[in-house]
Design a protein around this ligand. Structure first.
Ligand SMILES: Nc1ncnc2c1ncn2[C@@H]1O[C@H](COP(=O)(O)OP(=O)(O)OP(=O)(O)O)[C@@H](O)[C@H]1O
Ligand SMILES: [Mg+2]
Length: 278
């Protein structure tokens, strides 16, 4: 994994991700999305787009609705009103397998791994899903060289190739996060959503994780990323655009220079953030 050191270099056109022929194409689109829990309005009137070539951060104080939005954007939660389209498909209620087939993957705020599976097995599960071999017996997959090779390749990108036979439960918090992210990358997604990939990680290591992540995305030709992040230094460095949520509504949807030039917006996002105990 990369250390803090140098910031991640942007591409010649100032972007973080590799640009492709379809850069600028709308990948995710929401129209007037709301999510209610009984009388509580967790999201209201969310209309956003994510285009190929973009890395977009979602920010906001605790409870602003960031995770709810990610859950809605990935079809894990049904909206109360409004639609979520991924490449033009309505993805309401789509399961993770069909979502991955369409080209979207995510990682979770709270690490989402099976503690007893090894690093190799964890990434292999995603790779098997991607390759459409889920119906095969685990025993026959074990002998599949193509899957082994690809699992090693993905593990190496995230610095986990020396830990393939360790059960996930013994990994450090940082490595658990990376394993969760590696599993999402193993699905070879076009779009990836990362809910606080650096939470619970010490400040010095956060940059390393983000650099690893962006480089992995470039290598894997990921077209667009949505990142939920509290650390404003990381947000400033790793966003083409920033969407700020406050009490379930969009407070701002701006490029970083304009976002950070508006003290009222920054105060609403940072100032209201309660102290968190990692
Ligand atoms: N299943 C649920 N039932 C009722 N309320 C919920 C549910 N899930 C989330 N909420 C509420 O919705 C609001 C938004 O929660 P959400 O987890 O999306 O916030 P967040 O911005 O991700 O916060 P954090 O920065 O702490 O991760 C919160 O007030 C939360 O308590
Ligand atoms: Mg959250």
């Amino acid at each position: 994994m990369n250390g803090p050191g140098e910031p991640t270099k942007r591409t010649e056109d100032g972007r973080l991700l590799r640009q492709s022929a379809d850069s600028g194409t709308v990948m995710i689109e929401t129209r007037g999305v709301s999510k209610h829990y009984g009388p509580f309005v967790a999201l209201a009137d969310i209309t956003i787009t994510l285009k190929a070539g973009e890395m977009v951060s979602i920010v906001g104080p605790n409870g602003a609705g960031k995770t709810t939005l990610v859950n809605v954007l990935t079809g894990l939660l049904r909206t109360t009103t409004g639609q979520v389209l991924f490449k033009g498909h309505d993805i309401a209620g789509i399961g993770p397998v069909r979502l991955a087939r369409l080209g979207m993957a995510r990682s979770f705020q709270l690490v989402h791994i099976f503690p007893e599976l090894t690093v190799e097995e964890t990434i292999a599960v995603a790779e098997i899903a991607r390759a459409g071999k889920a119906g095969r017996l685990w025993a026959s997959v074990r002998g599949d060289d193509a899957i082994h090779a690809r699992v090693r390749e993905v593990a190496a990108i995230f610095g986990l190739d020396t830990k393939l036979d360790r059960p996930a439960r013994v990994l450090s918090q940082g490595d658990k996060k990376l394993l969760d992210i590696a599993s999402a990358f193993a699905l070879a997604p076009e779009v990836i959503l990362l809910d606080e990939p650096t939470s619970g990680i010490s400040t010095g290591d956060k940059h390393g994780i983000m650099k690893t992540l962006v480089e992995a995305a470039r290598t894997a030709n990921v077209k667009a990323i949505i990142l939920v992040e509290h650390d404003m230094d990381l947000v400033a460095e790793y966003s083409d655009r920033i969407i700020a949520l406050q009490e379930g509504r969009i407070l701002a949807d701006l490029p970083p220079t304009q976002f950070f030039a508006d003290p009222a917006i920054v105060a609403a996002v940072v100032g209201m953030k309660p102290v968190r105990h990692a």
